[in-house]
Design a protein around this ligand. Structure first.
Ligand code: GDP
Ligand code: IMO
Ligand code: MG
Length: 433
């Protein structure tokens, strides 16, 4: 690792999901963390569920960066994240119970916004009101918390340090939210005193982690330290670039890594895209290659495709190159990781969507308006399956030739090196090329 004290311009790497989330970001960040000094989560909140399998353990992290199980690695929750303090404290306890120390290694941005009980309440109430048109959110209060942030009404981590300011802001917010809850959603008001008491008496154990993380990260980069920026969700759920309105309320795409951490773009050296060898989606919204048949059910069964946060079944389908090429462009991907290749090991035939047709024509770009995307019909290229387990492969050459052909085809089509192939959930089931 570069230990020079010269300003380092390219020591930060972004890892970004290329699809609708759950690509295996937790696994790859954990695998890569060994080589990084710091891992930073830059957006989203406890809507994320990042699974890490090591030794005999399987852990799902929602807020703490996936580098926490490497003791030489520091972990930062950046300013772009929205934090549910109850969920965070619970997660800190879980990590400690597993025998990993977080004190002195975990930093929480003083500028990160908080998720309050009224955010979670409004998330669910808004979904209920929309009925069939609902987004299918995780119910973790993400949208309403970002709404307050951009309306400049939010309460931030730094406010936890000053109980009198916190109380004033909470009372102001609760007055407004209770009017909304009563008059628009026709529900019972929330108990102001109970919420104020809970948060002003808040467990002070969180205080020690609160830091000006922008300054911390830039100091560390200046001293030659390396940083891995961990995205949550996926590019097609990005509020600006995804399948709006069926998206999350933040920017998982690579640009969001800079605003969500305070690391400037000229520090970024690599942008690693991560995608499954097929595709999944949780919640509602268009999904052109979705398989509502036995093949889709088979992928879901073999891939254990259930949401890591809500346990909901994930919708499954073939890999979509139109969507992937779009994600590559908006993120500036420099290398790609393909995960869950082993899930396709038993299939006779493996398909890839190479284009769409729409009213008899081929749209040039990935349509991000849902009405158009819903009406596209995928065009597939078929590959012979390999019908052999690749889950023991240590090198690319160990894989079945048909699996190699599948990866080589993707590399050629996407014009990007595929540097990681994941063949199982465990750390060591990773082939590095
Ligand atoms: P994330 O949100 O992107 O971190 O992904 P999730 O953790 O929500 O979902 C990925 C799931 O696939 C988890 O259960 C992982 O343990 C599992 N997983 C990751 N990589 C592989 C792989 O290569 N093969 C298999 N079979 N499972 C994997
Ligand atoms: P990770 O980081 C998959 C989806 C929800 C819903 C939409 C909006 O584990 O990949 P929200 O609660 O964010 O307002 O919900 O986004 N969603 C995810 N899907 N993986 C995730 O995170 C997700 N986080 C949110 O299902 O469709
Ligand atoms: Mg997940």
């Amino acid at each position: 690792m570069n230990q020079s004290t010269q300003p380092s311009l390219r020591n930060a790497t972004i890892l970004v999901g290329m699809q609708f989330g759950d690509e295996g970001k937790g696994k790859l960040v954990d695998y890569l963390s060994e080589k990084y000094d710091i891992v930073v989560r830059y957006q989203g909140g406890a809507n994320a569920g990042h699974t890490i399998c090591f030794e005999d353990k399987t852990v799902v992290l929602h807020l703490i960066p996936s580098g926490i199980f490497h003791e030489n690695c520091s972990c930062v929750i950046g300013n772009g994240v929205v934090i549910d303090p109850d969920a965070l404290l619970k997660e800190i306890e879980t990590v400690k119970e597993l025998g990993y120390d977080v004190d002195g290694r975990l930093y929480i941005s003083h500028n990160a916004h908080l998720i309050m009980p009224y955010h979670k309440f409004l998330d669910s109430a808004s979904e209920e009101l929309q009925g069939e048109k609902k987004i299918g959110t995780t119910g973790r209060g993400i949208g309403p918390s970002y709404m307050d942030k951009f309306a400049r009404k939010g309460i931030r981590i730094v406010d936890l340090l000053k109980p009198e300011i916190l109380e004033e802001k909470l009372r102001q917010n609760l007055e407004y939210k209770n009017t909304l809850i009563k008059q628009v959603y026709k529900k019972d008001e929330l108990d102001v005193e109970e919420i104020v008491r809970h948060y002003t008496d808040f467990d002070r154990s969180i205080d020690q982690y609160i830091t000006n993380t922008q300054t911390y990260l830039n100091d560390q980069l200046k001293h030659g330290k390396s940083v891995l920026l961990e995205g949550a969700q996926g590019s097609l759920l990005d509020v600006d670039h995804g399948t709006y309105p069926f998206v999350t309320s933040s920017n998982p795409t690579s640009g969001g890594a800079c605003t969500g951490s305070g690391i400037a773009p000229n520090h970024i050296g690599k942008i690693i895209g991560i995608c499954k060898a097929y595709m999944t989606r949780v919640g509602n919204g268009p999904f052109p290659t979705e398989l509502q048949d036995e093949t889709g059910a088979e992928i879901a069964r073999i891939g254990h495709e259930f949401g890591a946060t809500t346990g909901r079944p994930r919708r499954c389908g073939w890999l979509d190159l139109v969507a992937l090429k779009y994600s590559m462009a908006i993120n500036g991907i420099t290398e790609l990781a393909i995960t869950k290749l082993d899930v396709l090991d038993t299939f006779q035939e493996v398909k890839v969507c190479t284009g769409y047709t729409l009213n008899g024509k081929a749209p040039k770009d990935f349509p991000t308006d849902c009405d158009t995307l819903e009406r596209t019909v995928p065009v597939y290229k078929s590959f012979n399956g390999w019908k052999t387990s690749n889950s023991e492969a240590k090198q690319f050459q160990d894989m079945h030739p048909n699996a190699q052909a599948y990866i080589n085809y993707l590399e050629d089509e996407l014009e990007v090196p595929i540097t990681f192939i994941s063949v199982g959930p465990k750390r060591d089931q990773t082939v590095f090329r």
